[in-house]
Design a protein around this ligand. Structure first.
Ligand SMILES: Cc1cc2nc3c(=O)[nH]c(=O)nc-3n(C[C@H](O)[C@H](O)[C@H](O)COP(=O)(O)OP(=O)(O)OC[C@H]3O[C@@H](n4cnc5c(N)ncnc54)[C@H](O)[C@@H]3O)c2cc1C
Ligand code: SF4
Length: 524
């Protein structure tokens, strides 16, 4: 039986968004007996909707509502309306993700203590440490079924030819290549089958071998009878009473009808672009600068990871696509060693993209013999996506466009992203190391890609010890409004060098415990 809750039920938790943060939170709360409504702007996809076709899936699931790309990077020219690559649908960007599941390193929670003030940046320590999060990382690894971890008991994936080529190149330059911990089953587990090695993980896995909230958390939450998921429900604003306490949300359904859903508590998990946008769009007489924004930090400190793509053309066939998307990692430079000319570190992540995306991203807008030759060499390519820490910078931000509105009548977001000098130094260093590995493996030509739309989006509602430095406290609870929480990647205080999802999931599990406790004590 499908659960349905009343719009006037003010005992409910309302969760905005069903991706890594919102989907996980819904399952955790539902399993504790807490009743929730999940409002999701996108439609409900089934496994049968997934196709092994890059562009078809791009048009089917991508968030294509208008956004403006701003800032001095090439992306402003090449993707003026697609600054980020996100999903609109039940499951959010976990439909898209490659499954790489890395813990943050201890030092990444303490970037300010470690490096002090950095000119032009707005770096801050997290209000939690690695030790605070470690037990939740373990729970998250068990939940997602992360390969190579004790928590899941799953072995790593077999090394692909792509992995072997990079591992050999790494060895020759004195670096170490290791298998990637992936939330992709190597054996049947938790009701999901083993990976079939088709290589279309970023289009959504049509077998269900890859963990996603669409595949796992949401159905499990629904099975408790404590959750109602309302797809095609775009939240327009959050409302509050005269004390400032949140009372519910206004949303619009597929037919264009508006509804007000009452709530005891609202958890915003709409991703690092839409979550701050929703808070800014919820400005009122009491909160003229937007909700939860007494610090002025809502929408600020947007981080994406330094992210360059770098692909070598090998003398022989590699067939990099015959593998899960990310078979391995080189973590040799993931530490914080300022003697390299930059603080913080980066992961070199072996990653394949299919020929259709390679044609679009290798040299956006490019043409001619040289590009055609490289694309003709696709089956000989091997390479990386570089995931480097992106420092918090206040001007990197999400703001509301002064005049342009979307289909719901809301100001569209302007996504501004520039590179800090530290990013530029890190990109230079990481490109050199990646090139050296590829050349040591035999590459006759190395292609460096310009930045493509950001797939990792963090910051914009950051956690802080002091209310004046950030938007939420160490539980993701608004410093200003007790019954308002942020439950997605926008809580991140720093980006780390690691892909964000495992940390988002660990934070959501931890947050659910806190919410349940506070509700039980009648504090919320
Ligand atoms: C191609 C690709 C590959 C990736 N690979 C990896 C990887 O290997 N490892 C990793 O750790 N991460 C990876 N990521 C990143 C990861 O998917 C995201 O970091 C993560 O899903 C973010 O979770 P979130 O909860 O912040 O937001 P999302 O997962 O984006 O969820 C937000 C949800 O909110 C909904 N929403 C937005 N606004 C509203 C509104 N106003 N009302 C109602 N609903 C709303 C959206 O439709 C969406 O479903 C990848 C991302 C992409 C795009
Ligand atoms: S490689 Fe594995 S996880 Fe990726 S799409 Fe194929 S079956 Fe799914």
């Amino acid at each position: 039986m499908t659960t349905a809750f009343d719009l006037n039920d003010d005992s409910l938790v309302v969760i905005v968004g069903s991706g890594a943060g919102g989907g996980t939170l819904s399952q955790e709360l539902a399993e504790k007996g807490i009743r929730c409504v999940v409002l999701e702007a996108g439609k409900r996809f089934e496994r049968s909707d997934i196709e092994n076709d890059e562009w078809k899936m791009f048009s089917k699931i991508t968030w294509l509502d208008k956004r403006i790309t701003a800032g001095p990077t090439a992306l402003t020219q090449t993707s003026p309306n697609l600054p980020t690559w996100l999903v609109k649908g039940v499951g959010g960007a976990t439909i898209h993700w490659a499954g790489v599941s890395l813990r943050f390193q201890e030092h990444e929670f303490k970037m300010h203590s470690l490096n002090g003030d950095i000119a032009g940046a707005n770096v801050l320590d997290w209000p939690i440490s690695y030790a605070d999060l470690a037990p939740y990382y373990e729970k998250a690894e068990a939940k997602l079924g992360v390969t190579g971890t004790k928590a899941s008991g799953l072995p790593y994936h077999e090394p692909s030819s792509h992995f072997k080529v990079i591992a050999e190149g790494s060895k020759r330059v004195g670096a170490h290549c290791r298998p990637a911990p992936l939330a992709i089953n190597t054996q049947a587990r938790d009701g999901r089958p083993a990976c079939q090695v088709t290589g279309f993980c970023m289009q959504g896995c049509r077998f269900g071998a890859k963990w996603s909230t669409m595949e796992s958390s949401i159905p499990k939450a629904e099975a408790t009878g404590n959750i109602e998921v309302r797809p095609d429900s775009m939240v327009l604003r959050i409302e509050h009473d005269k004390t400032g306490k949140v009372t519910g949300v206004l949303y619009v359904d597929k037919a264009g009808n508006q509804h007000f859903q009452k709530a005891r508590l609202v958890a915003v998990a709409a991703n690092s672009i839409e979550s701050p946008r929703l808070l800014l769009n919820s400005a009122s007489d009491m909160f003229p600068e937007g909700m939860a924004n007494s610090s002025g930090q809502v929408g600020k400190n947007y981080m994406t990871h330094t992210g360059t793509g770098i692909y070598g053309e090998m003398p022989d066939t590699v067939n990099m696509h015959k593998s899960p998307v990310v078979p391995g990692l080189v973590s040799t430079w993931a530490d914080n060693d300022p003697s390299r000319g930059h603080v913080a570190g980066y992961e070199l992540e072996i990653l394949h993209i299919g020929l259709p995306f390679m044609s679009a991203f290798l040299k956006p807008g490019g043409w001619g013999r040289e590009l055609a030759n490289s694309l003709a060499n696709y089956e000989n390519m091997a390479g990386f996506w570089i995931c480097g820490e992106d420092l918090a910078v206040e001007s990197n931000s999400i703001t509301l466009h002064p005049t342009e509105k979307d289909q719901y009548g809301l100001p569209i977001p302007v996504v501004y992203k520039g590179n800090h000098a530290n990013d530029t130094a890190m990109i230079k260093h990481s490109n050199q190391q990646a090139t050296a590995i590829l050349e040591a493996a035999g590459a006759t030509k190395v292609n460096v890609m310009d930045r493509y739309p950001a797939s990792h989006n963090m910051g914009t509602n950051r956690m802080s010890e002091r209310p004046q430095d950030g938007v939420v406290n160490k539980w993701g609870q608004s410093h200003d409004i007790q019954n308002l929480f942020i439950s997605d990647g926008s809580q991140f205080t720093s980006s780390g060098a690691e892909n964000p999802t495992l940390t988002i999931v660990a934070l959501a599990i931890r947050q659910a415990e806190y919410i349940a406790d506070q509700m039980q004590k009648q504090m919320i």
